[in-house]
Design a protein around this ligand. Structure first.
Ligand SMILES: Nc1nc2c(ncn2[C@@H]2O[C@H](COP(=O)(O)OP(=O)(O)OP(=O)(O)O)[C@@H](O)[C@H]2O)c(=O)[nH]1
Ligand SMILES: [Zn+2]
Length: 384
């Protein structure tokens, strides 16, 4: 796993994706009526980890939301809207270099600010996206902790946790598993053991009651100054309730879950960067809330299985009844649990299926003549 939050923020200016200054919307002559450059303490609250400010006179802010019409930013003083520079609107540009939620960006000083550059990202959460090419869609950047929330009620499903972790793997962010509704569970140690069986030893697993204010102190180690976290998990898992508890106030609408399947209604309609009393921040984007498998997750979590498979006598072994199958041997000896093998197969099948769908879509697209599109208009990523 790549280095986590302790990793420094790269500030090598040569790696900053930059648009030529003043290319679009710079509106020379309009001097912004802006507040002072925010100090480091304010930036810390929005997740700035560097000991100092970058040596650049431009305004620094963080992207907290992306709308069809542009971006919403927070500079530690307040939120405001901004447009991307022309550089980011070019057709054919790899979408992953466009500003994304979580990015620190440089802006010009115009009254209608323009994002001129995206600073290097310390972590990138992304998923595959269907397009003319096989591309990555950035979900959020510069996230230190992804808190995977799962209720200890009908929602509890250790296999799903494994799948979330596969998605987080490789992002640079660390996963923290939070088993909510501990106050309603009968067998907490059993549930924790079931999860522990499926996650890396270094992954933290906590059982919590999201309504209990003492969870704040339990989670404080992840949410200190300069830290950025996101909460993910299925609807009804308790993300909004936990957010309220962490904020110490009722900021998010929560609704009772439907009793037949323990799933909640999707009650969250906004996305934002929330500054927590513990000093860190929570990025709350609907797109993050239910991470979906895309067909491109890496299967590093199953490196042991890949290693076993490499020992099979035949390179194209189907791992069923081929002679010299190392997987079958490991299943027989108990070295590999059948449950873990089934999880691997499930994830693997899902991945293949998704990849096939994506490929078919790309082929269909290539076969049909591309429509004439205007590339002048800013077209944001679809809202979720
Ligand atoms: N007893 C108990 N109830 C909880 C806990 N966490 C959440 N709930 C309840 O579960 C329901 C759903 O919680 P939410 O916080 O709205 O869930 P969510 O994950 O934000 O759901 P979406 O906004 O739909 O994604 C609410 O009725 C909460 O009061 C917990 O730890 N213990
Ligand atoms: Zn085999």
């Amino acid at each position: 796993m790549p280095a986590g939050p302790s990793r420094g923020f790269p500030t090598d200016p040569s790696s900053v994706v930059s648009a030529p200054r003043g290319e679009i919307g710079a509106e020379p002559g309009i001097i912004a009526g802006m507040t002072d450059v925010p100090d480091i303490a304010r930036l810390r609250q929005i997740g700035w980890r560097e000991p100092s400010l970058p040596d650049d006179s431009r305004r620094l802010a963080r992207v907290v939301a992306q709308h069809r019409a542009g971006y919403e930013l927070d500079d530690g003083v307040g939120t405001f809207n901004a447009q991307p520079a022309g550089q980011f609107l070019k057709r054919g540009l790899d979408p992953s270099v466009r500003p994304a939620v979580g990015d620190f960006v440089f802006l010009d000083h115009a009254s209608h600010p323009v994002i001129e550059a995206v600073l290097p990202r310390r972590t990138v959460l992304s998923r595959a996206a269907a397009g003319e090419r096989y591309e990555r869609q950035v979900i959020a950047t510069n996230i230190d902790y992804v808190m995977v929330l799962m209720g200890l009620d009908g929602d509890f499903n250790p296999t799903r946790i494994e799948r979330y972790l596969a998605l987080i793997e490789g992002s640079g962010a660390r996963a923290v598993v939070l088993l909510s509704k501990a106050d309603m569970a009968d067998d907490i140690p059993g549930a924790i053991a079931a999860v522990r069986d499926r996650v890396a030893v270094e992954t933290a697993v906590h059982a919590i009651n999201t309504k209990d204010p003492s969870t704040v102190s339990l989670l404080a180690e992840y949410l200190g100054p300069g830290s950025s976290a996101v909460l993910v998990g299925s609807s009804g898992a308790g993300k909004s309730t936990l957010t309220n508890t962490l904020l110490g106030e009722e900021r998010m609408a929560t609704k009772a879950v439907r009793s037949h399947d323990s799933r909640g209604r999707h009650t969250t309609t906004h996305r934002a960067l929330l500054k927590l009393p513990t000093g860190g921040c929570l990025i709350d984007t609907p797109g993050m809330r239910e991470l979906k498998l895309t067909g491109e997750e890496n299967l590093d979590l199953f490196a042991d299985i890949e290693a076993l498979a490499a020992q099979c006598r035949f390179a194209d072994c189907g791992h069923s009844n081929e002679p010299g199958c190392a997987i079958q041997a490991a299943l027989e000896s108990g070295e590999l649990s059948s449950q873990r093998w089934r999880s691997f197969l499930k994830l693997h099948d899902e991945r293949e299926e998704q990849a096939a769908t994506l490929e078919a879509r790309i082929k269909r697209k290539a076969a049909s003549k591309p429509p004439v599109k205007s590339h002048k208009k800013f077209r944001g990523r679809d809202e979720y």
